[in-house]
Design a protein around this ligand. Sequence first.
Ligand code: CTP
Ligand code: MG
Length: 234
Amino acid sequence: PRYFALLPAAGVGARMAANGPKQYLTVGGKPMLRHAVDAFRAAPLVNHTYVVVSPDDGVIDAVLPSELDGVTVLRVGGATRMDSVLNGLRALAGQLADHDHVMVHDAARPGLTPALIARLIEGVGNDPAGGLLALPVVDTMKRGAPGADGASVSAATVPRNGLWSAQTPQMFSYALLLRALGSVADANAITDDASAVEMLGYAPRLIEGHPRNLKVTLPADIRIAEMYLAQKED
Ligand code: CTP
Ligand code: MG
């Protein structure tokens, strides 16, 4: 089997509110995107890594020099994360075969390691539904509702048992992922790839990830990511 990585990196980082897209912020000594790219380049089973950036991206060539082996930049980013992933998959038609495995990974998760990539590949095995890294939820979950004075109130406690927080990478066969994302009616309605696959009736495997693989979303997440990056491995 062949394994490929596809990194959506065409977001603007609105919630980070930095001076430019967050995937290029320096985290632990290098641009955030480089951490994830280097994890895939160091993973022995990964054949090639594709990075999807926005067509007008002016930074990527400095972050990923063209002589870097094992990486190709696709300038086909779209309006939503889903569009960026789907455009990237479509750009690879002819290069990837239906049964090739594609690992989709957020460029904004710099804590990924080759060990976690290996754990995902091992955990999914040849399950046709694919799978994803995820963490069992540890907090007590509340269903919020608007209260009488407009403030949020807790309408119910959602049983935490069985709940997982999704991480990436999420791995599926090229054909399944293309079909799943191609059938989603509203790109804004999904926030990960597994949800599109679930809509086709598949149940992807949940493989235990690691807190170090957090998604950097808000400014405070940078320091948490740097703390994990300073620790060598899991
Ligand atoms: N992404 C993308 N194309 C988009 C939107 C997001 O490739 N149109 C990528 C981001 O670059 C990031 C990943 O999807 O690597 C996860 O998205 P998110 O954390 O939401 O990043 P942003 O969309 O950039 O941040 P925000 O939602 O705060 O604007
Ligand atoms: Mg976003």
